[in-house]
Write a protein that binds this ligand. Structure first.
Ligand code: HEC
Length: 156
């Protein structure tokens, strides 16, 4: 998501120019669905590592490495197109929890994505080496998720 929001801003202007009632017609439904799917995959994989870190499930080097690698891949993919301009919770209340500030304060959100990518790369290198490797890196990942949610996601 490094270039994501920027790409989207460029696409967004195109969208705004051609937009009339299309938003109300569910124009952004698939993009919103897709980004929620990315988030769900983050949560699933981070949940595996979190459970190991807390001792709720036994540490398994292979499983830890896979989960960490999945997070790394997700965090370094360019999913900018799933964040089109105008697909925020002010424009589409009830459909999305993405605050309009994610776009209006750009590139702040992208900076957090970058922090997440860095943390995910570190985790992918450490997760298979032992439980301590998972424990040492999980805080940085969770911290990036949390920071973005605090700033740019509506509470439920
Ligand atoms: C760059 C900002 C950002 C980062 C980083 C981020 N999220 Fe999110 N997340 C959001 C936004 C914005 C939403 C709301 C999306 C929507 O409703 O359209 C969201 C939604 C979610 C959801 C709810 C999905 C749904 O079905 O409604 C989960 C779960 C989630 N994030 C988990 C995570 C996890 C775990 C991480 C870290 C590995 C993470 N997120 C990192 C911004 C971020």
């Amino acid at each position: 998501m490094k270039y994501g929001f920027k790409l989207v801003c460029a696409l967004g202007f195109v969208a705004v120019a051609g937009m009339s009632t299309s938003v109300a017609d569910g124009h952004f439904d698939n993009a919103i669905k897709a980004r929620k799917a990315v988030m769900t995959l983050y949560a699933w994989n981070l949940g595996q590592l979190g459970a190991m870190a807390k001792g709720e499930i036994e540490y398994n080097a292979e499983a830890a490495e896979i989960a960490a690698e999945n997070i790394r891949i997700l965090a370094t993919m360019n999913n900018g197109a799933v964040w089109p301009q105008g697909s925020d919770s002010t424009a589409l209340p009830g459909k999305t929890r993405a605050k309009v500030e994610a776009w209006t304060t750009y590139p702040e959100s992208a900076e957090i994505s970058k922090t997440l990518a860095t943390a995910a790369i570190a985790m992918s290198e450490a997760a298979g080496t032992g439980l301590e490797g998972v424990r040492a890196n999980i805080g940085a990942i969770g911290g990036a998720c949390k920071e973005c949610h605090t700033k740019f996601r509506e509470s439920e």
